[in-house]
Write a protein that binds this ligand. Sequence first.
Ligand code: IPM
Ligand code: MG
Length: 354
Amino acid sequence: MKQHDVAIIAGDGIGPEVTTEAFKVVRAAASRFGFEVRENYLPLGTNHYLETGEIFPDARFEEVKQHDAIYLGAIGDPRVPVGLIEFGIIAKLRFELDLYVNLRPVKLYDARLCPLKDKTPDDIDMLIVRENTEGAYSGMFGHAHKGQALEVATQTMVYTREGCERVIRYSFELAKLHGRKRVTLVDKANAVRAQDIWTRTFAIVAADYPDIETDHAYVDAACMWMIKNPEWFDVIVTTNLFGDIITDLGASLQGGMGIAASGNINPGKVSLFEPIHGSAPKHAGKGTASPVAAIMAGSMMLDYLGEKEAAEAIEKSIISLITQNRIRGVRTGEHGTAEVGDMVVEQIAQYAPA
Ligand code: IPM
Ligand code: MG
């Protein structure tokens, strides 16, 4: 039997609750489709830090790298300084494993989940590819005269030719693989002139894909078009910071943080899957958070591990539960967290491929 080793960081806040449901579903899919997922839970996150002073020890990091994939629930906790755990765990994994693609599908499963009027699942179905290792997240920042009237703060956005090229190429390959017709570059090269490197690199890579249309939008306009005409977007490729921003907007179009999932990918290498939502500390421990985003991150993980049928079965099960109104919504409190996981498990057991 095929076996996949997964390192699981359930993390902070609602992370553990939604991760429990995600793996309930992963196990159901594994038994239905005949493979095994070995779950290795790692005690990392704010509680672990507060108890031990450890954020992500080197030995742990080496251990994580030995898996086929990594699954992350959520991190972030107001008891510790902003960014400490985020950068110590998620940013460390993204940078040190060189997970240069952040793939965030935005797909509306049912019109009632969409805050826009008159938009249907036909209108909202895009794949957003966020560059995940450079730009404003490169860590090149500093302060001079800190705390004084003369204080200066700078943070440099870094774009390398290789960094742009590989993520743009991934986007065209993704379009090809999924039969998508257009790739849109989203940047702000009119004001952030350094992003001209994106414009030029995009043109060079696009020339290798004559069957795929290209398009361009400045990020401010892209925000407007995503609301007015989301149907225009198919595959989007963009910088790290703009990708962070427009994928929250994208998540809202599909029903909110309770449904949106992502993959942090270095193709062919150990990659990381997570719901886009954060740890939502005020909802933690209540068993009312939507696990759909976490379950969909599990589906993306299985797809990446080559378990295409299982991944599709999970997504189709969720779609069917939503369209039948058995999952009424994906907002906190709409259902019990475990109730949703149980429904998906039951649906997978009955799943018959079309
Ligand atoms: C995300 C998050 C992270 C980011 C935070 C937690 C650092 O917002 O994955 O979108 O900005 O990348
Ligand atoms: Mg974000």
